[in-house]
Design a protein around this ligand. Structure first.
Ligand code: KG4
Length: 346
């Protein structure tokens, strides 16, 4: 295979299939041309992602999603410089669909394949350029709060391909805790956007839930989750309609606690490292309370904050394609024998 780039343009097809979104995107010279995502409604009835159903849905979606991404971009597969794909972390069955597809397609076209760490993709979502859109980008080094359904980390980002996790959750992720509390309240799945919507009408100081007390920049959300559960259990004994009567205040107080925990550790890291460029990434960065807290801290503590475009916060292939683009420029390719991985830090 010829790994040298004799084409003028660098055109990357990105493929993401780590959880329950099948997504494909095309990026030319760092500029997004298309970003197509098929989400899987099948999990809603189960209150969480069912891995086997996710894999089957990826199987059904991957060909039409890739086809549409190429068509929307106006790019022929012969124009592609490389194919980037999420190699992990994620659900193994889901990952295997995207990984196998990407490897097969790259091999058939005789072009390089670039493996992408999903978490690095979330961070580099800040560098996706769109035609005719001006967006400020962080400069290196910066700190990134990476908060999703599976991760809560503070990342020191030194360069596109050089990142260090300086703090992370020792148990539940922030999104996972919100989703679980929402499930206990009998709300739909995923809970994050529902809690966000309800919280807008509630009082964040109505109820207080426990905060973790752990050293350094690490997080913990299991104590908060348990305190939420016990509180509900006790209140429901007195008033079986407690959740119905107080769902806005419960959502607002839960969100307030999660945001407070996230921001306090982030502030500690900013102070210690003396880095004032602070970004947020991952699905939970769509949260209104967290976004407002970023703007508030920016004013109060003179941070320069970077919040990704809404559509780039949850899982998408544009972030995989942009990461693939920077790895491609570094000549950092993947061999066909590199397997998918379900768990690993950044
Ligand atoms: O990054 P992501 O799409 O997938 C993972 O890689 O985990 O994040 C999904 C998480 C879920 O826990 C979901 O409830 C949460 O992001 N989420 C939100 C909001 N939108 C999505 N959490 C709070 N507020 C939101 N608006």
């Amino acid at each position: 295979m010829d790994l040298t780039n004799d084409k003028k343009d660098v055109v990357i097809l990105g493929i993401e299939s780590s959880c329950d979104d099948t997504s494909a995107a095309v990026i030319r010279n760092g500029v997004l041309l298309s970003n197509v995502t098929a989400s899987q409604a099948v999990h809603e009835n189960f209150g969480g992602v069912v891995p086997e159903l996710a894999s089957r849905a990826h199987e059904q979606n991957i060909v039409p999603v890739v086809d549409q991404a190429l068509k929307q971009a106006g790019v022929d597969k012969s124009d592609l410089s490389a194919i980037a794909f999420t190699r992990g972390p994620g659900l193994m069955g889901s990952l295997l669909v995207g990984v196998s597809f990407a490897k097969g397609m790259a091999r058939a076209l005789g072009i390089p394949m670039v493996d992408v760490n999903h978490l690095q993709g979330h961070v580099l979502a800040h560098f996706i350029d769109e035609k005719d859109v001006e967006r400020a980008k962080p400069s290196f080094p910066f700190l990134c709060l990476l908060v999703s359904g599976g991760n809560s980390q503070i990342v020191l980002v030194k360069a596109y391909n050089d990142m260090q996790v300086i703090g992370q959750t020792i148990d539940d992720a922030a999104g996972e805790a919100i989703d679980k509390c929402s499930k206990v309240m009998g709300l739909g799945y995923p809970g994050g956007p529902i809690i966000d919507r309800l919280a807008r009408q509630g009082n964040p100081k109505a109820f207080t839930f426990s905060r973790p007390n752990i050293p350094g920049y690490d997080y913990s959300f299991s104590g908060l989750k348990t305190s939420f559960l016990y509180f509900l259990r006790d209140q429901l004994k007195e008033d079986p309609q407690f959740i119905e009567h107080h769902k806005e205040d419960l959502a607002a107080s839960l969100e307030y606690a999660v945001v407070d925990i996230l921001m306090k550790k982030l502030r500690l890291a900013v102070k210690d490292l003396g880095i004032r460029q602070v970004a947020v990434a991952g699905g939970v960065s769509a949260n209104t309370g967290l976004r407002n807290a970023f703007y508030d801290y920016a004013k109060r503590y003179h941070w320069e904050v970077f919040i990704p475009k809404f559509g780039f916060t949850t899982d998408n292939a544009a972030m995989i394609a942009i990461t693939g683009y920077y790895k491609y420029l570094d000549g950092d390719f993947c061999s066909i024998d590199k397997p998918a991985f379900s768990r690993v830090a950044l």
